[in-house]
Design a protein around this ligand. Sequence first.
Ligand code: FAD
Length: 491
Amino acid sequence: MQLAELRRGIDDRTALARALQEIVGPGHVFTHPADLIAYEYDGCNFMAALPDLVVCPLSRDEVVGIVRAAGRHRVPVIARGAGTGLAGGAITPIGGIIVSLARMKRILQVDLDNRYAVVEPGVINLDITAAVQARGYFFAPDPSSQSACSVGGNVANNSGGVHTLAFGVTTNHVLGLELVLADGSVVQLGGRGADEPGLDLPGLVVGSEGTLGIVTAVTVRLMRRREGLLTMLGIFPTIEQASQSVAEIIASGIGPTALEMIDQLTVEAVEPAVHAGLPLDAGAVLLIEVEGVREVLAPSAGTIDALCRRNGAREVRTARTEEERHLYWAARKGAFGAMGRLAPNYYLHDAVVPRSRLPAIMRQVMEIARQNGIRVANVFHAGDGNLHPLIPYDAAVPGETERVMKASEEILAACVAAGGSLSGEHGIGFEKNNYMPWIFSETDLAAQRRLKRAWDPEDLMNPFKMFPTPISCGELMVRRPPRLSASGLWI
Ligand SMILES: Cc1cc2nc3c(=O)[nH]c(=O)nc-3n(C[C@H](O)[C@H](O)[C@H](O)COP(=O)(O)OP(=O)(O)OC[C@H]3O[C@@H](n4cnc5c(N)ncnc54)[C@H](O)[C@@H]3O)c2cc1C
């Protein structure tokens, strides 16, 4: 089946645009291709699909109006937060309306006595912590994109972060949700306590990638900062030695809050950008963080130092100042952005394996790269066994994209064969939906589909995501990034 055959046309686009304008005001509906093109991609930059319309509501009631209007025209509705998703979740493969929640960015309530906040979906992740940190609190999920991504996106993707190892993923920090369903009804799920009666519907919605409805408010858990913080760097000749140290640090019972791996190729890209003092010739750098009462931090530092050196670390550093600590984290969090120094394009993978399989899978990833004649940079949440092989490439070189895609599939297959899964945190979206049968039986998938159909019988909420479809992400690889021609023009 061809993609064009599946694209759901809009019976009367002008009438729909007018109806949306009446709901949100004329300045907040976009119909011109020059505007729509900004919503063609998300962070997964090799897939592109032009939406039919983009609408930017300011309130829950406006979202309800939009969903009802879309339902009358039987047009798909795709929620969009900040568009930093890396699995093509916020794009429109078969057309439809993008509902950008970026204007819904109010923190509605902060209750520190009961440790929760109620926020609109467009609130930027880091803004929650910024609002409460002076009083010693924080919002734990911290994706590396936290200065840009929205809480609605975090909920939809059940996002993780560099401190997932200690604090868990988004689902562990969502107490309640307000959701607009496909028929325009508004439901309140969960509440403000840790264990509300009834079905665990927040648990169902978190991670459902916008396929069940549009989240219009989130009650998040707030956590109290611990007394002290220890941030260390282990510098290793090889990634296997660093991986072995990860397993041993965890086995020692120290309970680090973060264990992040940065390999040699990543250091090569990021060090000239952030100047964190990472040695360019290191095979791998392990960023280790421990939180707790001050009395336990010094002995923990001694144990980590000894374990890393026993595994061949040539140097172990401890951040002496807050500035130094920020620099180490800037190297980790700036790694994806720095990839532009290596090549015009990159494909960032997200898969997960049992932590004990980490050293073996790293060897396999490097072997797959060698066989396919590509380079792979690795920067990832090693403590969770959550891999992020990053393949820098040049889409303008004939055959290179195909080699990258082949290697990517082989990496994914190796992770699944090692007892792992398709995604550690970025979600399935339109990137990996056709791999779902690798980890779920037909019966498992049918049960999930039945759940979706119960709330969205017409399949209007983010269709063609998460579940296998007749088309694959390869069919959306229609656009090449613009390049500067010899004559100085972008082509
Ligand atoms: C540099 C970089 C680093 C990253 N690091 C991490 C990381 O460490 N950990 C991690 O987990 N991810 C990471 N990501 C991926 C991404 O930032 C997260 O998935 C994030 O939660 C997406 O949020 P967003 O607001 O950008 O969502 P979008 O990209 O806009 O949307 C993502 C999905 O959520 C749905 N959605 C958005 N808002 C709503 C809503 N209100 N209601 C219903 N559905 C909605 C969309 O339909 C889509 O399916 C990174 C991305 C980048 C670019």
